[in-house]
Design a protein. Sequence first.
Length: 281
Amino acid sequence: MNNDDPEDILNESLAFLGGKPVVDDNIINYGPLSLQIAPKTSASNRKANVYNKANTLLADHLFSPALYFAERIERGLFPVRSGSSIVELGAGSGLPSLLLATIPNHPAQVVVTDYPDENILGNLKKNLENNRRHFQSSCRIECVGYEWGKDVSALLELVQPSTSAKNDKPGYDIVILSDLLHFHGSHGVLISSIQALLTHTKDSRVHVSAGKYTHRNVCDDFLLKGHAAGFVFEEVLAGPEEVTWKGNMKVGGLDDEALALRKANCYYWVGRWADVAQEVN
């Protein structure tokens, strides 16, 4: 299998789910959010380059890691400090980031990003605007285009002074990667983007989830690259008490059994800077 080929990735994911699409509709409802999947583009446009092709196809689908992120968020298992800032890379439909903006214990700022393709980014912006009424009024949320590995200056300029002033290194307190590790050839640029965007404090975190259709050796390659770049990643292992779906929000088109299946087919890691890790209790 070519781990950067979107058709192969999609087929792998469907194999884990009994051959059924992750979502069957153009609209995904999770709690208060109603999210539209990105409109499909022509085959010729998809073949423009691997990165654009993969994102264009995969942004059409809400993969299991986004649902797992959402369950953790609504259960309070995604710690958010008051006044913190969050950026999501390759956000797709934007479920984790947009849900974070709705909860009472919300961050001060959420920035959702994806590849600057008209279909992908345009759809993400529509999802943001169509759900704005559900966001906490004190949470600033923005959507911008960003290609992994490129200059992050424009993203850093968005960070609110109240969240960055206390840090030696300007940036975001949390970086989210949901279902991006299957882009094996992009691990290096993903890591460099995290390095450039994440604040350098004991509380800075990278939250990463991947579907188990992403081969474990591919995930391990990302973790090794992260270690070489100065990060330590701890895997969140689900105990027997986590075999069921524990979210309370209604998810359109999926019952608890289907959601538990998707949750069980996810990996999850939390990363932090190695040189300040010893300060964390």
